[in-house]
Write a protein that binds this ligand. Structure first.
Ligand code: PLP
Length: 375
């Protein structure tokens, strides 16, 4: 398969760079924090007495019911758990697509949503237009459809831009999918981080009969180490097809992770409240940076998630800028080259900044400002 450039880059730098300023997840919690939310003694006893056998392949029934409760219309049977969201992408694409198929994928996107389908079938990119607030062009979507198009893959709030799909575009997209009988695979892992709740998108599995929603404990909940993700759809038979791939991959989730995910979902308001406050205050600092350096940075302000794709305007170009920040100042950003797509020429001077972390974000901002002052 093609290299997973983004994850390769992270495995090289994520734990080496001093200031991780490009994280797409919220500040992670400690085990103790999660146990305390549920009453420490009781929650701890639950962990200590846990039976460490194999777990149920689709996921713990109680966990699936709790996840279903995060949707408007779904039941436990509509949920299939995975080891993270990434496994959900892999299993869904392998389970549903075959050689003669064609799919449409939004660009830019999380890389495996492009590379896994590319390993299987024909893929056409749908550009998010930076000069139009990262919106899709619906005429381009319509024009890209072929007789063998089977699925449209989207990710909103988007990685790396933090853009959302406005309601009229979402309605139009569902109309197109319905007219052409397409699956709509919707990566919704950044949902719930929107600062303005009125723009929050509905979950596709609730509103479209061929919609497949992807989500995870990693991002808005700040619990990536649990490795619990899921897909949700109205079509229960479809889940059986996709589950077939799970047998070849993780097979089942880890029992302690399922248990802790349940505790976290029971206390989701507390978790999400802290995380939204973190995004709100960190984003204000990024706003100030843009005001202080208008000759260096510009962006379409992200509407959801804790990441944005900022344009670098300096003469040296974004790759050199990111490289020197990393090697000379320990500040880690993801430069545009990591988002290179095989589907579209995507020559940008952008980099991904993350603003969901706690102390490391404060320290990283100070290091960044120090580096900029030395220019
Ligand atoms: C948009 C998107 N989808 C899926 C994933 C994979 O999530 P996980 O690490 O929980 O498997 C990521 C991770 O960064 C992501 O940004």
């Amino acid at each position: 398969m093609r290299n997973f450039e983004l994850e390769k880059f992270f495995s090289q730098w994520e734990f080496k760079a001093q200031y991780h300023m490009t994280a797409s997840d919220l500040e992670s919690w400690h085990l103790k924090d999660i146990l305390e939310m549920d009453g420490h003694e009781t929650a701890l006893a639950g962990l200590e007495n846990m039976w460490l056998g194999y777990t149920e392949v689709p996921g713990n029934p109680e966990l699936r019911a709790a996840i279903a409760g995060t949707y408007d219309t779904l039941q436990a049977q509509n949920i299939l758990c995975f080891c993270g969201a990434n496994e959900g992408i892999y299993a869904t694409m392998r389970g549903l697509l075959s050689k003669g198929d064609h799919v449409l994928a939004v660009v830019p996107n999380y890389q495996s949503s492009e590379t896994v389908p590319l390993d299987i079938c024909q893929v056409t990119g749908l550009r998010l237009h930076e000069d139009n607030a990262w919106r899709l062009d619906m005429d381009e979507v319509r024009a890209a459809i072929r007789p063998n198009t089977k699925m449209l893959i989207m990710n909103f709030p988007n990685n790396p831009t933090g853009a959302l799909l406005p309601k009229e575009d979402l309605d139009a997209l569902i109309g197109i999918c319905r007219a052409h009988d397409l699956y709509l695979f919707s990566d919704e892992v950044f949902r719930l981080m929107e600062l303005d709740e009125s723009v929050r998108m509905p979950q596709i599995a609730d509103i479209y009969e061929k919609g497949i929603s992807l989500n995870v404990m990693s991002k808005a909940y700040g619990l990536p180490g649990l490795r619990v993700g899921w897909i949700a759809t109205q079509d229960v038979a479809l889940l059986e097809t996709i589950e077939n791939y799970k047998h070849y991959l993780s097979m089942c989730n880890s029992a302690p992770s399922e248990y802790l995910s349940l505790v976290a979902l029971r206390n989701s308001e507390q978790i999400l409240h802290r995380n939204r406050e973190l995004v709100r205050s960190n984003l204000a600092q990024v706003d100030q940076l843009l005001l202080d350096y208008p000759h260096l940075f510009r962006w379409n302000r992200p509407q959801g998630s804790c990441i944005g794709f900022m344009r670098f305007l300096g003469d040296e170009g974004v790759e050199k800028f990111c490289q020197s920040l990393l090697l000379e100042h320990g500040v880690l950003f993801l430069p545009a080259s990591i988002y290179k797509s095989e589907l579209l020429t995507f020559e940008t001077q952008n980099f991904r900044i993350g603003f969901g972390r706690g102390q490391v974000f404060q320290d990283g901002m100070a290091a960044l400002r120090n580096a900029l002052a030395q220019r």
